[in-house]
Design a protein around this ligand. Structure first.
Ligand SMILES: *Cc1c(COP(=O)(O)O)cnc(C)c1O
Length: 357
């Protein structure tokens, strides 16, 4: 049976990305060697790295004074690398969910953390507004897409201090004004590739301002100086990211992707609003275009397990909601075709016919 993969991460990749990776695993560039068994210093792998960085720059229109890095350690290691490298005394954080809280926890190990606003009062179902970013903070940190709670910051804020953003789950989903950020980072496994690669886009003037000793591997300058090749980078995950970037460019880039994402999310949010069985959890003006969270209406609570089983029988995978929200979460990342969203909507309508008179 056809599977519709709505997993939150690791998550769906375009079929052609998986196929091209499979080919390169068997034979990269027709040279009789796997991408997994060649030196990261070989010209064949250097070309993979160079093209990946170039496509990052091209697709996101990254200005020249920024570096693009591919590291290990996941977005979670960035929660510590950001304050390690950037915090002198104080940093400001916007608390919009589980990942933001984890970033805040790490930052507290390096200095004072000013949580400028939080949506914890409503289980993170909205993006706070009207907060003030302190001008004496060394940086201001946000999580642009809250993968677990299905909320998203859909604009590029103006910040009086350097802005750091965890874009793990919405990078390349829309055009971003990179010049408004000092650093953007994320794990690849939501919208870009398999787990194992972490991307970092960093402006060079924000470094070198802290007095503490920074361990070599945690120092951004180490990786900038060596073009992400100080040590062995995650070669195979980077290769898959490259295939995704090629695919993205072929489709027309982030503007086209943004339109497609808005259409997909719009269809699903419309159905959630229309269908008497379901209700969305995020406030309408904060809703994520990537992770769509919904629960059963109060009077149909006892049908939750039934819908999960019904949808599973129709080929849906990964729609069970995170335990901190409950219900359902449909992750509709870039690689998710509209047809899969339509299939989920049909399952929702089929279940409605069975249960609503
Ligand atoms: C998944 C996720 C993370 C954690 O990423 P790892 O690469 O597993 O460390 C961090 N932030 C956001 C927004 C995420 O979606």
């Amino acid at each position: 049976m056809k599977k519709y993969n709505f997993s939150a991460g690791p998550s769906i990749l375009a079929q052609e990305v998986i196929e091209n990776t499979a080919k390169a695993v068997l034979d990269l560039n027709g040279k009789g060697l796997s991408v997994m068994e060649i030196s990261h210093r070989s010209s064949d792998f250097q070309a993979v790295m160079d093209e990946s960085v170039a496509l990052f720059r091209e697709l996101l229109e990254i200005p020249a004074n920024y570096h693009v890095l591919f590291l290990g350690g996941g977005a979670s290691l960035q929660f510590c690398m950001v304050p390690y490298n950037l915090m002198r005394k104080k940093a400001a954080y916007l608390e919009t969910g589980t990942w933001a809280k984890k970033a805040i926890k790490e930052a507290k190990g390096f200095g004072e953390v000013d949580v400028v606003a939080s949506s914890s009062d409503k289980n993170f179902n909205y993006i706070p507004k009207g907060f003030t970013i302190p001008e004496d903070a060394d940086y201001f940190h946000i999580t642009t897409n809250n993968t677990i709670f299905g909320t998203e910051i859909l604009e590029d804020y103006d910040s009086p201090v350097p802005m750091a953003a965890d874009m793990s789950s919405d990078i390349f989903s829309r055009p971003v004004d990179v010049s408004k950020y000092a650093i953007i980072y994320g794990g690849a496994q939501k919208n870009l590739g398999p787990a194992g690669a972490t991307f970092v886009i960093i402006r060079d003037d924000i470094l070198g301002k802290v007095d503490r000793y920074i361990p070599t591997m945690l120092d951004y300058n180490t990786h900038i100086d060596k073009g992400s090749m100080f040590n062995t980078p995650p070669c195979l995950p980077i290769y898959t990211c490259l295939e995704t970037l090629r695919w993205l460019k072929k489709l027309g880039g982030v503007k086209v992707m943004h339109r497609m994402n808005q259409e997909k999310a719009g269809l699903l949010y419309d159905e959630i609003e229309r269908n008497p069985l379901f209700v969305g959890t995020a406030e309408p003006d904060s809703r994520s275009v990537m992770n769509i969270c919904f629960v059963m209406q109060d009077e149909y609570q006892e049908l939750e397990k039934g819908f999960l089983e019904f949808a599973t029988s129709k080929g849906m995978v990964g729609i069970k909601g995170h335990r901190s929200v409950g219900g359902f979460r449909a992750s509709v990342y870039n690689a998710m075709p509209k047809e899969s969203v339509v299939a989920l909507i049909e399952a929702m309508q089929g279940f409605e016919k069975m249960h609503v008179k």
